[in-house]
Design a protein around this ligand. Sequence first.
Ligand code: C2E
Ligand code: MG
Ligand code: MG
Length: 952
Amino acid sequence: MLHILVVDQGGALLDQLTALAGDAALYRFESVTVEEAYASLQQRRGDLLLVDDQAGECTGIALLHRCATELAMVVPLIYCTNSIDKEMIDAAFAAGATDVLRLKGMSADLFGRSLCYALEQVRQRLKTNSMLRTIIDLVPGMIYVKDRDGRFLLANQATAEFYGTSVSQIIGTNQAYWHRDVDEFALFQEQDRKVIDHHEHIEGMIDQLTTPDGVCHILETSKIPLSFFDGNVPAVLGISRDITENRRLQKAQTMVMAALDAAADAVVITALDGTIEYVNLAFERMTGYSAAEAIGQTPRILKSGHQDTAFYREMWKILLAGETFRAVITNRRKDGLLFEAEETITPVYDEHNHMVAFVAVERDVTEKKKAEQALRSSEERFSLAAEGSNDGLWDWDIVNDQVYVSPRVYAMVGRDETSGAIRTAADFFDLLAAADGQSGLLKRINRHLNGLTEYFSHECKISSEDGKKNRWLQARGIARRDEAGHAIRMAGSLTDITVFKQSEKELVEQSLRDPLTGLANRKMFMNHLTSAIHASDVHGDYQAAVLYIGINRMKELRTSMGDTLGDRLISKVARRIRDCTRPSDVFAYVHSGEFAMLLPKVQSQHAAEIMATRIDKAMGRPFRESAQQIKVSTSIGITMIDHSSSRVPEYVLRDAALAQSEARKRSQQYSLFDQRMHDAALQRIQLESELDDAIAGHQFQLYLQPIMDLQHEVIAGFEALIRWMHHDRGMISPAEFIPVAEETGQIIEIGKWVLRQAFQQLCKWHGMGGVRSDLYISINLSPLQLADEATLQLIYQLLEQAPFPPSHLRIEITESAILEDAEYTRSLLGKLHECGSRLYLDDFGTGYSSLSYLHSFPFDVLKVDQSFTFKIDSDPATRKITESIIQLGTHLGMKVVAEGVETEAHRNVLIGMGCHYGQGYLFSKPLPPEQAETFIDTSCLHVAGQGYAEKP
Ligand code: C2E
Ligand code: MG
Ligand code: MG
């Protein structure tokens, strides 16, 4: 029997139905109100609902709608109407009607079949629904349908589980209810509305969602609009997949990959058959194969052939037994180079404990192996070096304060290795420090440890036990530091430098000794001088004397004796002077032929004068050298060191030397230094620099002094005498500046100037003709000029060019020019003579006055020095000598000129002695060229009619 609920207006439908049904046993009709129908259906009472189109205050369609949406429509809903309005019929179906029946004229049979059909339809729908339900509940992802407000119209099991509830609980609830985060929900609702309102499709969108339990999930969602859902409510169908775990795994995997790539060791994953599935970056670096090249291959690509098949068999045996395999394997890179790899291969298991792969970790140990090898050889070398070296070796582990010293160190420091073991820094360094009590050792170590010195070095003296034998040791070392720069280790050597120290001492001593005389040298003397000056600084009354001792005429002696004998003579002189000294005196050889002596702690300069006299006396006896008796004299300069003297040792010695040269000039035994000597020396220096200016600034003038023919009283020629017209000092005599110019070499330039002047003068006179063209000019040549090649060349050249006979240019030289090197001078003079020049021996009688020179050198004229002339009328002895010189000269075929003829008496005596020529103030002072010309004119007038003088 079918229980049929009937909702109608006033019972008309029920009557109609009862009439139509006929067989009362088949149907039971119950008339209900809309509310009652709803309530009954909710309780699942009634098999069918028939709704009249005139059903009460609420239309039948509205009721259908309500039932269809709110109740799950498990009961067929049949809309009964007599209308044939199509719109209304459509509306009924749209509202959820299972069928629409027009009862009017319907047979009982049709009615019954219609009801059966409706029932079958609902049953079919329920069947389909439950099937779909089962399907969507089986789907692992979330499937749900929501309306525009976010209410769940459908949700599968996965959705319910996701929200932690049941399907029945979730249906009809608003999604907002399940969301903790308001913003999150707002976002979803906005998405849903977009889909519903704009019919948009969303695919694979990633969202983040927090469930009521507070867990954050990542969802991948696709959404489509649904227009056909129950009751045609606009809705959205969503399918979401919770990919939180996926993501986590993905991230973990990425991190693992990054870690593997960052690893220094190569990692290879192979399948069980050995096919490479993964390699990391280190593998690419180590082998030269890129991941793309390696994957798909087997590790055989690295095979070097250094491992035999037995090796690999063993490897597979271990691996397949599920154990880890470890070995150092020689592999070959892609480029063919071999490398040593420390390899660990481990089997990998899946969750079912099935072996699925192998992971191999390889470490390149080529460098390590090399380093180990190097270390082994270096250790070997070290121990060999330690054994073979003469030096001791030490090594100090600073961090642990452990010292190792090689056996040689024990021998060097005189320790027994067993009883006096050296184990700590204190053991070792105390030994060295105590050796000579030097505290500088620790300071040096610390300075090096603190990075202030490049290496540590220390010298110490160790005495043997009996104290008789000293040994010098040098410790050297260098520290190793950690990254922060702290010294952690220091190692070095210990060297026996005794021999070196001895020779160093000898060298120092040698460097302070003069090898010729064995005396102290200048350097050592200066050291003593410095000490004496220092003593006078400290003690106000301290006095010391310095003597500068020069051997007179040393140059000449050397020239005549030769160097070897000269040196021997100096040694002998040195010995004799040394015998005059006390032990405290310092006696040194400071310059060629010159000595210095320091008399420390004297009362006055008298002590120095006594010493000077003593030395002079010691020189009294001649020296015997090669069967010759040689007379040696000295000149001595004395200066004192006291609080008022110079503080500079060089100046003190210079003062003494100045006093010595003064003594020599004045032919005194000794001379005491006084400030004027210094001033004069300064003046000389001043003069020297002014001479330079004079040469450049044409401050010279050539004066001419007539040389007279005494017999005929006529002018024979002139001597050229230079004058310096100084801008401040007026005319300066050559006697003052020529010696300076000779000393400095400036005489060469000056001399050339004189030569040219004289030459010009002669050219001029020659051009003028008459008496002038017969006159000669003699010029003075210093020894230095005579030795100067350029000067000689100039003379030759001038003589060659001269329009006048070469005999008009005459040359005066003094004896000292010959003494330097007699042979050489002879050849030079010979050449000059051959050129036609006439040669004068000047100032005869003042020097050696060697008569042999007169004979062996090509002199034409002899000039008797004015010191003779001055005395010929007053001193019979001088007169005698002068007469002899004139006679000798004449005898040797020379002409004789007397210098310094100042008086008539001089002239008369000279004429009486047969002297040929005279030069002196009696006739004329040296004159400037113009005045010399005037002199020629007047003198010619004077002798007019007597003819010209015969030329010497
Ligand atoms: P000297 O060659 O022996 O020259 C003679 C010196 O005696 C000249 O001095 C001259 O002025 C001076 N004299 C001449 N007659 C008398 C006299 O009756 N009484 C006195 N008391 N003296 C007289 P001066 O000119 O001062 O020259 C000095 C020395 O300078 C010269 O001695 C000569 O050695 C040197 N000298 C001068 N000019 C030159 C030169 O151009 N070159 C070189 N190398 N030396 C020169
Ligand atoms: Mg002269
Ligand atoms: Mg002279």
